[in-house]
Design a protein around this ligand. Sequence first.
Ligand code: ADP
Ligand code: MG
Ligand code: ZN
Length: 623
Amino acid sequence: MDKKPFSNNKSKGSKQGKKGFKNAGFVALLVLFSLVIFAAYGQPGNLKDISTNQAVREANNGQYSKIEKKGNELTITKKGESQPSLKSTVDPNASLKEEGFNTSKFEIKYAPEASSGSLWGTLLISLLPILLIGGMLYFMLKSAQGQGNQALSFGKSRARLYGNEKDKVIFGDVAGQAEAKQDLEEVVEFLKFPKKFASLGARIPKGVLLVGPPGTGKTMLARAVAGEANVPFFSISGSEFVEMFVGVGASRVRDLFAKAKKNAPCIIFVDEIDAVGRRRGSGMGGGHDEREQTLNQILVEMDGFEQGQNVIVLAATNRADVLDPALLRPGRFDRRVGIGLPDRQDREAILKIHFKKKPVSKTVDLDALAAKSAGSSGADLANIANESAIIAARNNHPEISQHDVTEAFERVAIGPERKSKIMTESDKMTTAYHEAGHALVGHVLPDSDPVHKVTIIPRGGTGGVTWFLPPEDKVYTSLIEFKDVLARALGGRIAEEVILGRDRITTGGGNDLQKAAEIARDMVINQGMGSKLRDQVFHVDEGMMMERIVHERSYSDDTAKVIDQEVEALITEAGERARAVIKANMDKLEALKDCLLQKETVDADEVKEIFKGTTLPKAAALY
Ligand code: ADP
Ligand code: MG
Ligand code: ZN
C-alpha cells in the first residue's frame, strides 16, 4: 500500500539547475588550476621557434648535438649547450631523413609515449592533493547547502501528491462501508461535474470529515475519492503540521492550500486532524499556541476558498469529540461521514479482497473467520491475510491452509505463541488452574460469551489464554453482561486463591485485574451503571497532560470518592460471584486443569464436553 509520492517537480528542477551551474563553475576552476600547473611543468617557454628549413640547414651544418622528436615537434639542443634552446615542427608522418636531415650529424632521440605518460603521471600526482582538497571542499559546501535548503523548506508543507494511475485506489478496493461510499460518491460528483451543482445554486461543501475507529479504511476511502474523481490528492498528516519547530505549522498550511489551488480541482486530505484540531482555549505552553495558530490558519484558508474553486478538504479522525467546534461550523467541515467497524458481512468482503491475490486452499473458510472476528477492523483483517501468507510460507505450504489462517487469526488477536518459553512444573500447574478458573466462571455464568479456546502455551506477554468469542456481532452490552465479564476476568485469580491459598496467588492475575478495573470504571463513569450513581455520566477530558491537570474533571471530590466506592463494589461483587461458581464446580475445575496439563490447548467443543453438568450457584446468580 506504500504509494510512491511524486513531490513538487518544479522546485526540484530549479534546484538541480542551480546545482548544475555551480558544478560548471567548479570544473572551470579546476581546469584553470591544471593549466597553470601544466604551464609550469610543461615545455620551458623560452625555446626559440625556427622554421623546418632553417633546422635542416643548421643540422646538416653540424650545429646541433641532439634533436628530440615527439610527434611533429622537434626540440633541439645546440652543440656546446646542455639544454635544448630551439624548437621546430615537421610532418609527423615523415621521418627526419625524408625531411632532408642528415641524421649522422646529431644524436636523435625519439621521445617515447611513455615519457609523455610519465609527464601526465607526475602531473596527476602533483594535482592529486589539490583534487582531493577541492573535492572535499565541494562536498562540504554541498552538504552545507543541502541543510540550508532544508531549513528554508521548513515552512513548506510536506504534502504528498498522489494521483498517478498505477497505484490508484478506487471504491471497488474498499470492501463494505456502503453508506460511507454513498456519501463520498457525492463528493466525487462535486469534483467531476461542478457546473451541474453550480447551475442550480447549490453550495458545494468545502470540508468533509471522516470519523471512525483506527484501521477502518478512512485513509483508503479518501484516496478512493481522489481515484474515482481522477483529481490530484494532496495528503498530509495533522502531526506533520506541528513537528519539530514552532511557527512552521501555519506557513505549512498556507503553502499547502496555495499548492492545491494551483492544482484545482483537487482534494486536500488532512489525516489525523485531531493532532491540530483539538479544542482551543485550554492552552498552556508553547505547543498549544503552535497548534492554535495552525488550526486558525486552516480555518482562514477554508474561509478564503471562493465558490467554484473546487478544492475539497477531506479530513480523518478517530476522535471527533475532541475537535474544535469552529472546525465543524457550516462552510468548514460541515459534512461528516461516519465509518464504523465492519459487520460480519463486510468482514467477509474485506477478507475476500485481501485473500484474493493469494493462493488459498479450498478448505479455508473465510465465512467462519468473518464470524469469529467480531470487533476487528479492516486493518486487522488485512493483517490476518498477510500473516496467513507469512505462516504458510514459513511452513513451506504451496497454498494457504485453514490451519495457517487459524494460526494467523490467533496471532493477530492475542499475539504469537511462545512455545520455546519454558515454564516450571509449578508455574504450569498454577497457569492451568488459573485459565480453568476463567473458563469455568465464563462458562457457568449465563450472560458471558462462550469459551472459544483455552491454552497454557504462553502467548504475547501472558502465561496462558482463555478466549471468549461472542456468537454474533453485538451493538450494545447490558449491565449483566458487564458483570459476567468482570466475574470471569477475576476467575483466574480466584481459582488460584481457592486452590493454592491466599499466600500463593501469583502475578499471573495482574493484567486481568487491570482490565476489570477499567471496565468497572467505564461502567460507573460513562455508562451510568453504578448502584448509587445511577444514570449519571461524569465527563473526563482525556486531553493532553496539562489539560488533565488543569481541567481535570467536571465533578466534585465527594463524587470522586463515591465513584471509587462504586468501582470497588463492582469488583468485590465480581470476585464473590467467581468464588461461588468455582467452589460449586471444583470437580470441573480439576478436570479442565488436568486436560490442560495434558494437551496444553483445549478448544470450544472439548471445553463444553468437560463442563457438562456444571451448576450455577445461587450466590452467583443475579436474577
Ligand atoms: P484508517 O485510516 O481508518 O486508520 P486505513 O485506511 O489506513 O485506516 O486502513 C488500513 C488498511 O486496512 C488499509 O490499507 C487496507 O489494507 C485495510 N482496510 C481497512 N478497511 C478496509 C476495507 N473496508 N476494505 C479493504 N481493506 C481495508
Ligand atoms: Mg489513517
Ligand atoms: Zn488471567
